[in-house]
Every structure is written in structure tokens, then in C-alpha cells.
Write a protein that binds this ligand. Structure first.
Ligand code: ADP
Length: 614
């Protein structure tokens, strides 16, 4: 990060005309969330819809029955008549209340089920998409952040959006049914009910919109906070954070960000709540004016006492429904924000996979780099520039160069993790882009310097190298023998079934060198591959182990192509060809002897390292 971030400036306030558009934007992702729910569990979705409608209409029903009850009581007591009609209405009201309770419970039950189902479904969607993404996506910090955020709230947000939309619908249905009953009294009463709620509604929409924009615009800040959290609280950083004493400083930064964000939040909350209170007061005053009106009408005998009770109840419940709708609107904004991140992520365009070739146009030609250039997205300098190479079957190539000279990038292009920005990489005469991706992957076995350490049993850690043989214990052993991992695996408590890593019960942590042997064995699983790529695979091994591995490697390399990146010249010199890279350019190419005799960069580096060993 470059210095301190600039102080927060709130985004400009929106124009009034934007408010209406903004309010509608609350429903932007509603349809998609609904269809997500529908696809997840149609039955639950239907149940949710019906229960919402019932729950919306029932309060009006209760108010209506209440009115009948009061009128029955009044007329029975006035005429000393029978109590049966009144008791009749009591029974009806009781039944409706039971029905309402049933609806509420069923809604809670449906929600609980849907939450689990939907959370799982969204997670699967996110992970399925992750499987199709290119490496460059994972190396793009903003994109990666989107993925993390999408995953973190996957289990709650889509359902929350749907529930709040349904909640809003339920309240709107209630309000409509209240309005229908109120119409019998006066159109003005209906208008009054709506007008009382309107200012609050507009204010809530405006402030929720502000919060939404604020949230969006400070996402970089939030990201830094998340990052600091992960540095402070994750196992892979714990060693350094402790030993370098970084904890208090990083925690300080974390707190600073909080203070700045909190300040903004407090101001917004203050404005929102004071306006909310003032407008709420206005609504209450309007409603009580309506109350007075209804009471006067009842006193004058224009309406019955029962009707008066009903209208008062309708006003009061109408206000509750309006308040609940306000809450739903502000929540909907937040849910929309999440869903926009989710859909941004799910709709990330993929690189088209067009190749179908399973054999090359010139079989046996091997690998060719023709004027290959490459720049990372957003980089100002190319990582590779006009590289020309040719490696025939049976040949071996060592890549040499300072850190950052482009060695790993070259491997990424060969394995099609990235596509060249200029020139072509050919395998057996056919451009890699035209190869069937599956077939291409079968032909290449590669270990990167940052190979994965799976928190799984030893055997699976090796089997991962060749997916169809993931569980093949016989293959594991053969590969482990080639990778020189056999011996220490034999000493582990459960042999090939020993859990590795510290995350799970009884997990064993291995040393760096032992992990590297596991990774090497993983590459040896790919017996069908004829291109072997080792990107500094033996750096953490002792010299003896490295010599053995390479001896073995050379034997196995018969008829295959081997590409090796190493800083140990004792192994580099075994390669048929040595390519020296400097800042993305190929500056020397030839055998050890040839390069030594020209006395260039390679000869100098070799002499330097040889002196170190003397
Ligand atoms: P080497 O393997 O020789 O150490 P690399 O091929 O990893 O070097 O890197 C070559 C250059 O590309 C370096 O300048 C490095 O900063 C840059 N680079 C490497 N990986 C990325 C990446 N994922 N995004 C952007 N730039 C990168």
C-alpha cells in the first residue's frame, strides 16, 4: 500500500429524481434471487409464497371478526338478547389467531429449511465457477476479493433478499387488505394511512441509498481490514508476526481503519435516526388525528362501536406494517449489494476453450517457443520478450536467471495457465491454443516451487498428481519410490494413510524437504506425461537427496522432454540445453560446455557458485 489512504469523503448526495429510480433498484436482484430459490426447492418456494400471502391477509380478517364481535356484544347487551352470536365470533377470532400462529411457525420452518438448501446451492455455484476460472483471475486481487466475499455471505444473503422481499410483499398485502376495509369508511382514511407512511418511506430510501453507496465506495478499506485480520489470525502468518513483533502495529492499523469508518457510520446513523424520529412523529400525529376523526364518527353514531374498534385497529396495524416495510427496504439494499458481488463473480467471462487437436501436425517435433512475449495484466514491463526455444523429445532444458527474470512465467505459458501476448508456443507443430486442453494436461507433469500441501493423507497427496489414479495405492508407492519419499513415509505412524498438515485430527507436519519429496512423487504419478517440468523442486532438499533425485530423473526422462529451473549449477549442467534469461529476454542458449567456452553470463555465474563450494 502506498502510504496512508486519503481521509474519507462521503459520496455526493443524490438528486431527488434519483430517489425513485433508487427505490426501484432495490428490486434489481429480487427476480434473480427468486429464481435461485425456485431452482433450489420449488416446493419450499411455493410454500413460502402461499404462507406469505396468508400471513398478509389474516390480520385484516382478525380486525373484521373483531368488529363483528364488538357489534354482537353491543347489540346483545342493548336488547338483552342471546350471547350465542357473540360467542360465535369469539370462536372465529380464536380460530383465526390459531391459523396465524400456524402460519408464523410454518414460515419460520420453511425459512430454516430454505436457508440451508440455498446456502449450499450458492456455495456449490461459487465453487463450480471457481473450477472454470483461469489462473489470472486468482492472481487478480480485486477479483479474488470478490470471490472471498461472495463465499463468506453465501449462506445468508440470497435467502435474506428473498425473505425481505416476501416480508415486504406480506406487509403490502396487509396494507391493501386494510385499505379495502377502510374504503367502507372513507377514501380519505385510506389516503391518510398512505400519506402518514410516505415521508418515512422516502427518508428511509434516501438514507439506505447513502449507506449503500458508502459501503460500496469504502470496499478497499474493508478489504485492507479483512486482510489485516487474516494476517493477525492465521496459522501461516503466525510465525513471522510473533517473531518480528508485528502484531501491535498491524492491530493499530486495523483499529485506525475502524475509527475512520465508525465516524462515517455514526454520522449517517445519527442523521437517519433523527429524521426517522421526526417523520415517525409526524406519522403518529396524522394517525391520531385519524383516530379522533373515527372516534367522533362513532360518538355521533355514524359508525357502530364495532366498526370503530376495527378502524382503530387497522390504523394501528397499518402503521406497524409501514414501519416493517421501511426495515425491509433498508435491508434489501444491503442484500442487493451482496448479490451484485455474487453475480459479478458468477458472470465473470471465461477464456473460450476452442482447441480440439489430440495429436500435433508434426509429431515428434517437441516444444517450440516462437517469438514468445508476455505481459501480466496491468504490468508496464513485459515478463517475457521474443523468446525462441526448441526442445526435442528426449531433450532436457534448464532455465537459469536471477529472480524475476521470467522463468516461472515461461512455464506458465507452456502449461497454458496463461496465453502469450505475442508469438506462439507449439507442441508437435500445433499451437497450444489448438490443443484439446484435456489432452494437453495429460502430457505435462509439473511441480511449481509453491506446490500445494494438501491437508489430506500422504497417499492422496501423491495420488493427486494423476486424478484417475487418485486412490491407487500401488501407483502411490511406485511414485514415492521415484520421488525418494518412500523411506520417510515408511516411518510415519499410518504409512500412506497418515493425515498430513496440522488442520485436522492426528495430522503430521512434515519438514520442507519432506514436503518437496511428496510434491516430486506427485509429478512422478503422471506416467503418461512426456513433458516433465520441475520449477525449483529440490531447493529445500539436501544436496545428497537432490543428486539422487536428478540421477533418477535423468533415467526416467528417456524419450521425454524435461524442463528444469534450478539455482544449483551442479544439476543445471546435466541438461542438454541451458537457457539464460535476463529481464524476460533469452540472452544465452547452449550446452554447458558451449556456454562455458563463450565465457558469458552463464560462465560467470557458474564460476561464482563453484568458488562458493571450494
Ligand atoms: P522467476 O521465475 O524467474 O523468478 P517470474 O517468471 O516469476 O520470475 O516473474 C517474472 C516477472 O513477472 C517479474 O518481474 C514478476 O514481478 C512478474 N510477475 C510474476 N508473476 C506475476 C503475476 N502473477 N502478476 C504480475 N506480475 C507477475
Amino acid at each position: 500500500m502506498k502510504g496512508r489512504p486519503p481521509p474519507l469523503q462521503p459520496p455526493p448526495p443524490p438528486q431527488l429524481w434519483q430517489l425513485a429510480r433508487e427505490f426501484l433498484s432495490v428490486f434489481r436482484y429480487g427476480r434473480r434471487a427468486m429464481s435461485l430459490v425456485w431452482q433450489t426447492r420449488p416446493t419450499l418456494a411455493v410454500a413460502l409464497g402461499l404462507l406469505t400471502l396468508f400471513s398478509g391477509v389474516l390480520p385484516a380478517g382478525v380486525a373484521w371478526v373483531g368488529a363483528r364481535l364488538v357489534d354482537a356484544v353491543v347489540s346483545a347487551s342493548a336488547s338483552h338478547g342471546s350471547a350465542t352470536p357473540a360467542l360465535h365470533w369469539v370462536a372465529w377470532e380464536g380460530a383465526l389467531i390459531v391459523l396465524m400462529a400456524l402460519c408464523t411457525r410454518s414460515l419460520a420452518f420453511t425459512n430454516a429449511l430454505l436457508r440451508q438448501q440455498l446456502g449450499h446451492r450458492v456455495n456449490v455455484l461459487i465453487l463450480e465457477k471457481a473450477l472454470q476460472l483461469d489462473l489470472e483471475h486468482f492472481e487478480d486481487s480485486e477479483f479474488y476479493d470478490r470471490l472471498i466475499r461472495a463465499r463468506r455471505e453465501a449462506s445468508t444473503r440470497p435467502l435474506s433478499l428473498v425473505l425481505r422481499s416476501f416480508g415486504l410483499l406480506q406487509n403490502v398485502v396487509s396494507l391493501i387488505s386494510f385499505a379495502v376495509l377502510l374504503l367502507q369508511y372513507s377514501v380519505w382514511a385510506v389516503l391518510l394511512l398512505l400519506l402518514a407512511g410516505l415521508p418515512g418511506f422516502i427518508a428511509e430510501t434516501k438514507f439506505s441509498g447513502d449507506a449503500f453507496r458508502l459501503f460500496r465506495w469504502r470496499s478497499a478499506e474493508k478489504r485492507m481490514q479483512d486482510y489485516l485480520e487474516s494476517v493477525l489470525a492465521r496459522d501461516d502468518h503466525a510465525k513471522e508476526v510473533k517473531l518480528f513483533g508485528l502484531g501491535p502495529r498491524l492491530l493499530g492499523r486495523y483499529k485506525d481503519i475502524f475509527v475512520r469508518l465508525y465516524d462515517e457510520d455514526r454520522r449517517l446513523a445519527l442523521r437517519r435516526d433523527s429524521w426517522g424520529f421526526a417523520l415517525g412523529l409526524l406519522a403518529t400525529a396524522t394517525l391520531y388525528a385519524a383516530y379522533a376523526w373515527v372516534v367522533l364518527a362513532a360518538v355521533r353514531g355514524q359508525i357502530s362501536v364495532g366498526q370503530m374498534t376495527m378502524y382503530l385497529l387497522l390504523f394501528r396495524q397499518g402503521q406497524v406494517a409501514v414501519t416493517a416495510s421501511l426495515g425491509a427496504v433498508s435491508g434489501l439494499y444491503e442484500d442487493n449489494l451482496y448479490l451484485s458481488t455474487l453475480y459479478d463473480y458468477l458472470e465473470t467471462p471465461l477464456r473460450p476453450q476452442t482447441g480440439h487437436a489430440t495429436t500435433g501436425s508434426r509429431p515428434g517435433d517437441g516444444i517450440r517457443f516462437e517469438q514468445v512475449s508476455f505481459s501480466y495484466p496491468g504490468a508496464t514491463e513485459p515478463a517475457l520478450e521474443a523468446v525462441m526455444l526448441h526442445l526435442k523429445p528426449g531433450g532436457s532444458l534448464a532455465l537459469v536467471g536471477a529472480n524475476g527474470s521470467g522463468k516461472t512465467t515461461l512455464i506458465k505459458l507452456l502449461t497454458r495457465l496463461y496465453e502469450p501476448t505475442g508469438g506462439r508456443v507449439l507442441l508437435d507443430g500445433t499451437d497450444l491454443a489448438d490443443w484439446d486442453p484435456q489432452r494437453l494436461r495429460e502430457r505435462i507433469a509439473v511441480i511449481f516451487q509453491d506446490y500445494a500441501r494438501y491437508q489430506m493423507p500422504v497417499g492422496e497427496n501423491i495420488g493427486a498428481g494423476d486424478e484417475p489414479y487418485f486412490d491407487d495405492a500401488q501407483r502411490w508407492q511406485e511414485a514415492a519410490a521415484k520421488g525418494r519419499a518412500e523411506e520417510f513415509i515408511g516411518q510415519l505412524p499410518d504409512g500412506y494413510h497418515t493425515q498430513l498438515g496440522k488442520w485436522f485430527l492426528n495430522g503430521r507436519e512434515l519438514s520442507g524437504g519432506q514436503w518437496q519429496k511428496i510434491a516430486l512423487s506427485r509429478a512422478f504419478m503422471r506416467t503418461r506425461a512426456d513433458i516433465l517440468v520441475l520449477d525449483e523442486p529440490t531447493a529445500a532438499m539436501d544436496a545428497q537427496a537432490e543428486a539422487e533425485v536428478f540421477e533418477h530423473f535423468r533415467k526416467l526422462a528417456q524419450g521425454r522432454m524435461t524442463i528444469l529451473i534450478s539455482h544449483r549449477f551442479s544439476t543445471v549442467r546435466m541438461a542438454d540445453q541451458i537457457a539464460v534469461l535476463e529481464r524476460g529476454r533469452l540472452i544465452e542458449l547452449g550446452s554447458h560446455e558451449a556456454l562455458m567456452s563463450t565465457g558469458g553470463q552463464y560462465a560467470q555465474l557458474f564460476a561464482l557458485q563453484a568458488r562458493g563450494y571450494r
